[in-house]
Structures are given as structure tokens and as C-alpha cells.
Design a binder for this molecule. Sequence first.
Ligand code: GAP
Length: 605
Amino acid sequence: MAEPKTNELMEKIVSLCKRKGLVFQSSEIYGGINGFWDYGPLGAELKRNVKELWWNTMTRFRDDVVGLEATIIMHPQIWRASGHVETFADLMRECPMTRKRVRADQVDPQSGSVYRFTGGTSGTSGWEVTKPFAILLEKGAHPESARKKAREYYAQGTAEAKAGDLSSIQLLGETITPVENSIDFHPESGVELSEARPFNLMFKTYVGPVESEENVAYLRPETAQAIFAQFKNVLETSRQTPPFGIGQIGKAFRNEVTPRNFTFRSREFEQMELEFFIKPDEVVEAIAGGVVTVPETGHPGEPQPNWGWQAWHQYWVEERVKFYEGIGLPRETLGFHRQTPEELAHYARACVDILYKFPFSKKNEKGELIGEELEGIAARSDFDLSQHERFSGKPMGYFDDELRTAWGKLEDSRKQELSNRYYQARLKYLTKTGLATEKAEKKAREDVEGLAKGQYIPHVIEPSAGVDRLILALIANAFCEEEVTDEKGKVETRVVMRFHPRIAPVKVGVFPLLKNKPELVSKAREIRDLLRPHMNVFYDEAGAIGRRYRRQDEAGTPFGVTIDFDTLGEKPEMLDTVTLRERDSMQQTRVKISELLPLLLSKIR
Ligand code: GAP
């Protein structure tokens, strides 16, 4: 059975996103553009908070990672070196009638009766078309609807089609057969899909005024390649040495065949990527005497000099999970997928996908959500830098004095063993690039000679996350409807976005109890101005206080501060205090204005 296409919870979330100004359809006034989304006032704040937290966690709070901000359009050779020009394609199938395309691996199974025809002829114009056409009708559908579609198909572009009269068209070779769970028919039109063809996902453009082949450029499909291309510049200017990383946040573009699930699969999106450059295992072994092995799950602890790629990979998986937990996505909302050897790219040694259990995710046989990819953490060997070295002709290696010294002290048998392993790894890469055996062996031998002198191409661990997918996960996770009873005993549904205070678009709402009392309003504005330099504050004086609270609950604002007559000293013991309301518990406490800022800061950081 195919999954239901609509998901009630997702519909509520999408509608709230529009209503509250989190996410809007791009170009909505012109009917929208498929796969493109805008962030409204609240969404823009949410996104900014998430990106800032990633940036701080991954670069500023670490000694071993620095940042980069590169251009979206780069030299087209970059995409040849990375393999994107040749292989960054999805297999796609087309409905021959509507020309709508679907990804071959994303067609939902359908059952029913297939009406096949071998051709059509016109009784009035005399033309005859012989080509197969097939359409699937669901059980109970009228057979004439299949024949009508077939006539429309064969009559395309003819006088009959222009006149809108297809009554003279006869269909040839009709057969009817039942099918179960077929993935060969377009999900909307029911028409049999064309053969699968690869479709490159990169957006093309031209640099300069001449639209010629040599001026073709691409909008980057990932931010990662700029990091590899600038590796040497960063290495030389940042005083970093492997193991160290370069992080980047920025736009990426993919002409996805079937953008879907709201912002989950978009054509323009943002990525937060870290390329973490490590020593090859042979180098670690030469310097540290061996490489530690760690279990495949659990945090391996603080980085150690004897960590090889496997420990680093595991470390980054756990660091990334810690990040998600720290912004309000508990481990149980996440899933993990360790790619199988068949799924792995040929250069990758391992890849763990961190999944979030979205409402639209597929379910396992127990009916539990499996999750969809938020982030992939890949161990990419030395493939990327090697490719850029090959395509640019510029050396991408690193000279490590510690390795040179350590190598000199190794016993011959150890040198031989490490050299052999390094040679085999380099040879495997070089052969894959298409080099003739003799040339590949010669180059691999040179690489081994380089290793003995302290020279190597760093390997890479890449945690690569999508900002927009994370935003969608945070919105889905925060969404909550609950029944509450007001002071008058009336039960109503409260929609509350339980964003973690760290990422909440607005941190605090400031409310004078009444807007027509200048003393209350001026005190409230004073408090707004006190808090504003430190956090995003929303000042609201319109409507009943309960309504103002509800509005902020829906916006996900974790705290509300109300200024009332007690604040002004109506009860002298309460002078200069305010009510602090917590969004989730709805509890209200009295807080001194002088203590408000440090208290709020301790809760939102
Ligand atoms: N440099 C590696 C890389 O780009 P990827 O798995 O293709 O790997 C990394 O993309 C992340 O980017 C994904 O885990 C996902 O969060 C995000 N992403 C990829 N394609 C996306 C799309 N069409 N829409 C939204 N996010 C996308």
C-alpha cells in the first residue's frame, strides 16, 4: 500500500508557518515557483539563530576549526574535479503526455488495470500513429477515461486536437491487464512513464555577456568544494595543521526533479558544512606508534594524537548529535543510518546519516517513523584534495615535519609495512581516475617517497547538514496543540511552538498590562530597551493580556514579561518587579527588574 499523500499534522504545520510568518512560498503572488521557499519575519530569525549556533559551536568555540565564505559561482573545473559534471544526476522518468518528470526511485507503487494501445488513427484526416501508450486506472474507474486519454495522446498537435473533436479517432490494439504495486506509472496522470534517464541536477548559467559553451558556469550544488579549492590558502594563512577543519555556511542549488515535503527537498537551500582534515592512518601510526580503535557507537571522548579516521568519524557523529540535542531535538526524535558498502561512494570509507523523524517519514514494519536525512557525516578519504591536485596541477599536500622525524626513527620492517599500505591506497585512487597501470604505479611510488619525507594529502571527515531541513525539523518538533482551561473555566486549544529558548525567533514578549496608562507603557518600553541589546524582544500592547500571551505561544516565544500596577508600586513591596511567564508551563513568577536580564540570559544561552 502506498503511504497516504496528505498528512494532517504536516498540513497544520504548513498552515501555521504561513499564518505566523515562518515560511512563505516564493513568488506566491505569481502562483509560486516549485522548490523555492522564503522565510518570513519569524522564520528569518529562527534560521539566523540556528546558523549562528552552528557557526559558534563548530568554529568559534573550537581551536581546531576556522571559517570560510566563498562565492556561489566558481571556476567550472571545480565541478569536473569533484565529479559533479559527470555524475551528479538523478535517474528521472517522464510522463509522455504531460511531460512532468519524477525521480525514478520516488514513484509510489500503484495497483489497478493497465489499458495498453499500440496506436491511433483518424477517420477524418486519415493519419495513423503507431507507438505504444499505456495508462493505469484505479479499481472502479470508468474504462472510457483511459480511452479518452489515449485519443488525446495520439491526437496531439493534429487538426482534431485543435478543433477539440476527437470523436473520429480510433484506437488500435487495446489490451487490459491487472497490475499490483507497479512503479511504472505517473502518480498524477497514471500514464506509463518513459525509460529512466540521468538528469544532471546542477543549475547552469553563463559568466559574461556571451552565452557560449566556454562561458558555462554552475550554481554550486554544495558548499564543500570551495573549502577544498581554498584548502591551501587557509592552511597557509590560519596557522592550522591537520587535524583541523574549515567550516562554511551558504546557499546551494540543485535542480531537483521532484521537490517535495514542503522545504525538505528544495531547489535552493542552505548547507552548513565542515571539512575536517586529518592525517592518513599510516601517518598517525608512524608518529603515534599505532591507531586506536573505538566502538562504532558512543562518544570516543577528547581528540587524541593516536586517532585514525574511524575515531574521528565517530567523534563527529557524536558531536553533531550533541548539537541537535542542545537545540531541542532529543536523541529519540533522531534516527541513524550507517550506509552499506553498496550505498557508499567509491571513495568513502563510511557515512552515517543523522535522520529526523518527520511526520511524513516512512515507517518500519512496527509502524514507527524511520526518519529522513538531516545530515550526513562521511569519511571521504583523500579523494577530494587528490582530485583538485590532479585537475588544477597545484600541489594539495601538506608537509609534516613531525612525520619526517618520526619516519626516520621507524624500523625498516615498519616503514615497509606502512609504505605498502599507503602505496595500495594511492594506487587504488589513481587507477580509479583512469590512469594507465604503469603511470598509476609510478605516481603511487612517488607518493610513498613523499610520505617518507613528511608529505601527504590529508584525509577528510565531512559533517554536512542542511539548514532548511533542520529548520523544518525544529518547527515540526516544536509544534504542539494542547487543551487548556482559562480562568473562566472555558476549555480551548492552545497552539504552542515549543522552540528551545536558544533558537526561538523571539526570546521575550514585553507587555504593559494596559495600553492607555502612560506610566505602564513607559515602564514597559524601558524594560524593552533594557533587554533589546541582548536578545530579540517583541513589544506588544494590543488586546487582552491572555490574547497577547497566546500570540506569543504560537510564535514560540519562551518568556513573557508583564508590567502592571504593582510594578509601579501600587503594592509598595512589589515596586520594580514584573511578572515573568513561562511559555511551556504557563507559570508566572514575580521577578525584580534588576534581576530580569541576567535571569533571561541564563535561560536563553
Ligand atoms: N558535501 C556533501 C553533500 O552535499 P548531501 O548529502 O548531498 O552531501 C548534505 O547534502 C545535506 O544538505 C543533506 O543532509 C541535507 O540536509 C541537505 N540537502 C541536500 N539536498 C537538499 C535539498 N534538495 N533540499 C534541502 N536540503 C538539502
